[in-house]
Design a protein around this ligand. Structure first.
Ligand SMILES: Cc1ncc(COP(=O)(O)O)c(C=O)c1O
Length: 346
């Protein structure tokens, strides 16, 4: 056997469906497809991003200094505490390499983003799953032998945020590294990034993919204690996996916070409207987690035939087979989804 043994435990990561797959399979014209399955921002990035992309020199390797300084102003932490990567996925890949190895364990409250499990296994470690219980809250204690804990807040796919006192208590009572995934925090009431100052086992992951509308360019970052940043720079790939395009776009987007905040506020007000109409769990992210009467794969399939892509949550461990996740789109997209969904429910 040439392959590493851990690969036999892995299934490929399941992403939300894309335009090409749906036009090919269901013959729905591209213009009629609405994509509410990947938690992208329907308003896209600031118009400054397109301008910035015209100025890049693709024959040069990327330089990260200006990006780090823009991130530092945005997040309110010194550059020494910020690490970057190809999406938050890339950042997590390097971070898990720092802490997890053969025989280690990670704790993953489920249902949640599945890449934590994949990275744990790829590093030879073992994921321990803890069911989120009442209101999808995480367990309050961590087994002693756990090396890394993944808390997603707001959580994908359930949409709930973990309260500060729970995160604090957990971090204070464990030796493990607590990784708080704040991919959706711009849509939430508050960020807990400031806790990085207090705890040397606490990391906050962030992304430019969601509120900033740059999913296609793959740019993420994390706020980490300085000792972790130093080790990160040893284990990261050359140029941290960033590109001239992602750097230019990231800087431009961070210089136009007004645009990002406006799109977030439109998404949040649509979220409240859709939530009332759907009578589902509350959400602090740019999506809703909806319990379905019919099995979720059937609901997803019926919507796909009409060109509406949502996420069937069966691929989230611990989510069962009666939940879908719907990204908040534009008013027009949400109306189309709502009409189609309500018709399915009668
Ligand atoms: C909870 C969560 N964390 C991280 C990511 C990865 O984000 P990025 O696009 O920055 O790799 C996603 C992407 O959907 C996500 O849902």
């Amino acid at each position: 056997m040439r392959l590493r043994q851990c690969l036999s435990q892995l299934k490929p990561y399941i992403a939300g469906k894309g335009y090409t797959e749906i036009t090919r399979k269901y013959k729905v014209p591209l213009k009629d497809i609405i994509k509410l399955g990947s938690n992208e921002n329907p308003y896209g990035p600031s118009p400054q991003v397109a301008r910035a992309l015209k100025t890049i020199s693709v024959e040069r390797y990327p330089e990260s200094e200006e990006l780090l300084s823009a991130l530092s102003s945005y997040i309110g932490f010194p550059e020494e505490n910020i690490v970057i990567g190809a999406g938050m996925d890339g950042v997590m890949e390097t971070l898990t390499r720092l802490f997890l190895e053969n025989g280690d364990k990670s704790l993953i409250p489920i249902p949640t983003f599945s890449y934590y499990e994949i990275l744990t296994i790829l590093n030879g470690a073992k994921p321990i799953f803890a069911e989120r219980v009442l209101d999808f809250e995480i367990p309050k204690t961590i087994p002693n032998d756990v090396k890394m804990v993944f808390i997603c807040s707001p959580n994908n796919p359930t949409g709930n945020a973990t309260p500060e006192d729970v995160v604090r208590q957990l971090t204070e009572t464990t030796e493990a590294i607590v990784f708080l995934d704040e991919a959706y925090v711009e849509f939430a009431e508050k960020s807990l990034a400031n806790l990085v100052e207090k705890y040397d086992n606490f990391i906050v992951g962030r992304t430019m993919s969601k509120a900033f509308g740059l999913a296609g360019l793959r740019l993420g970052y994390a706020v980490v204690p300085e000792w972790i940043a130093e080790q990160y720079r040893r284990a990261a790939p050359p140029f941290f996996g960033i590109t001239c395009a992602s750097v230019a776009a990231g800087i431009a987007a961070l210089r136009d916070l007004e645009y990002m905040r406006l799109s977030v506020s439109k998404i949040c007000s649509e979220r409240e409207r859709l939530w009332k109409a759907m009578r589902c769990s509350p959400s602090q992210a740019n999506f809703l987690y909806v319990e379905t009467i019919e099995p979720s794969d059937i609901v997803a399939e019926k919507l796909l035939r009409q060109g509406i892509i949502i996420r069937d949550c069966r691929s989230f461990l611990g989510s069962g087979d009666h939940h879908i996740r719907v990204t908040i789109g534009t008013t027009e997209q949400n109306n189309r989804f709502l009409q189609a969904y309500q018709k399915l429910c009668v």
